[in-house]
Design a protein around this ligand. Structure first.
Ligand code: NAD
Length: 418
């Protein structure tokens, strides 16, 4: 058993000690948690630059004690199996924390989207869907958007899968267009959820009125976190994307940043058009002067090498695994609060559950209703995590894991998995 590569394994092991679980069950439960039920590793052949090329693909189905496997698929050049296993474990825990009847999964294709044409990317997704269609269905595994995949890509996945089956299978993937039984609010949901949690944690822990927020990433998560926080009256002083970051003491305006990003490809261009906005070096972005820092771009951003210099008092993980365990230890030593990914960014999968039900033809829900339901669910989970953290003297991450593992263990026992 290689536990070294799975970062979350130590945190799971530590949390299991706080749960009332018989010793003989602990090791079985731990082994179930750190290993996948099934992993697919395969390749697809697609023409790139008019030459047939091979691309490596993965789909990790971690655990289905709670329900069908659920998780995004990404397209990144440095994708690897260990990263996906870790992220699939997080999906299982996230669903368990919110008590969503889904298990955990994650997948992806090893490719650099910046070097693919639109039609090459489409062909790649079609081949990916084609291969997976041999092994899964809408009651088994339901993919969703992730890094470098969006609504359009989910429509393609749906279309290819449906073609193979000879009928529209709306529930095979979430994050689709509303015209394909998607939910309009889905694309806003993860970011809005991060914003609702951020608003609550600020009210709980920061006394000052003029709170300054920095957001790393202006993709699906970062963009809508910015939008909702601005609507809630907060000042976003800094934002970044893969090209670099920008800072304004007076605060940035969402519509301006979005328009410039859409037109010129990077948020950095805002600084070239407004002299009050400064450009930040991408490597120094996390040290920006702010009260709340929201990593919403990628994994392993806060580590033992940089955590000491972080100025924000609160860190809300918009991205998955953005803080390493060593980085988090330093943050806690310095009195910072870290709201973990499985709580902060779980709005998206919550809304996906409703999209899945809509795809199955089981229920319909309006955007306003789902926004309210999601907010209520997230804030309830936040309160529970905060209460247990205070009662048991745990960090927010340990407490969130405690709730997730307790729910999962209960179900595993009832289903006689352990
Ligand atoms: P995305 O591809 O839409 O956006 C990623 C953003 O990060 C882009 O703006 C990109 O330019 C930026 N970025 C990349 N490298 C960067 C760097 N070094 N510095 C600053 N910015 C950088 O992806 P996304 O869907 O927004 O996902 C972001 C993270 O959130 C991932 O960890 C993903 O797993 C997680 N997440 C996403 C969802 C969802 O619903 N999309 C849900 C839960 C968790």
């Amino acid at each position: 058993m290689n536990t070294k590569k799975v970062m979350i394994s130590k945190e799971i092991l530590d949390t299991l000690d706080h749960l009332s679980i018989p010793d003989e069950d602990k090791i079985s439960f731990f082994n179930i948690l750190i290993n996948p039920d099934v992993s697919f590793m395969f390749s697809v052949c697609v023409k790139k630059d008019n030459i047939l090329q091979t691309f490596k693909c993965y789909r990790v189905l971690h655990n289905s004690i709670n329900g069908p496997y659920k998780g995004g698929f990404r397209i990144t050049p440095d994708l690897n199996y260990e990263e996906l296993l870790e992220l699939s474990i997080l999906m299982t825990l996230k669903n368990s924390l919110l008590d969503i009847p889904f298990g955990g999964a994650k997948g992806g294709i090893v490719a650099d989207v910046k070097r693919l044409t639109e039609s090459e990317k489409e062909n790649l997704i079609r081949e990916y869907a084609k291969k997976l269609s041999r092994y899964t269905d809408e009651y088994t595994d339901i993919p969703a958007p992730d890094i470098n995949t969006d609504e359009k890509d989910m429509n393609i996945f749906f279309d290819e899968y449906s073609k193979i089956k000879g009928k529209p299978v709306y529930a095979i993937v979430t994050g689709k267009s509303p015209e394909l039984r998607g939910i309009n609010f889905r694309k806003l949901s993860t970011g809005y959820g991060v914003a609702y949690i951020t608003d609550t944690v600020i009210k709980d822990f920061l006394k000052n009125k003029n709170v300054r927020i920095a957001i790393q990433g202006f993709g699906k998560v970062g963009k809508y976190t910015f939008k909702k926080l601005e609507e809630l009256g907060y000042k976003i002083v800094a934002v970044s994307d893969s090209e670099g970051g920008i800072f304004s003491e007076e605060g940035l305006n969402f519509e301006v940043v979005k328009k410039i990003k859409d037109n010129y490809g990077s948020v950095v261009e805002v600084a070239n058009l407004n002299k009050n906005v400064k450009i930040l070096n991408p490597d120094d972005f996390i040290f920006v002067n702010c009260d709340v820092f929201i990593p919403a771009a990628k994994e392993n951003v806060i580590t033992e090498n940089n955590a000491e210099k972080i100025r924000a008092k609160i860190i809300v993980e918009g991205a998955n695994s953005s803080t390493t365990p060593e980085g988090e230890e330093i943050l806690h030593k310095n009195g910072k609060i870290v709201v973990p990914d499985i709580l902060a960014n779980s709005g998206g999968v919550f809304v996906s559950y409703y999209e899945w039900l809509k795809g199955l033809g089981v229920m319909e829900i309006s955007d306003q209703e789902i926004d309210n339901t999601m907010k209520e669910k997230l804030l309830k989970s936040y309160d529970k995590v905060k209460k247990i953290a205070s009662e048991k003297n745990l960090t927010f991450r340990q407490s969130a894991l405690f709730v997730a593992l307790e729910n999962l263990y209960m179900r595993a026992k009832l289903r006689k998995v352990i």
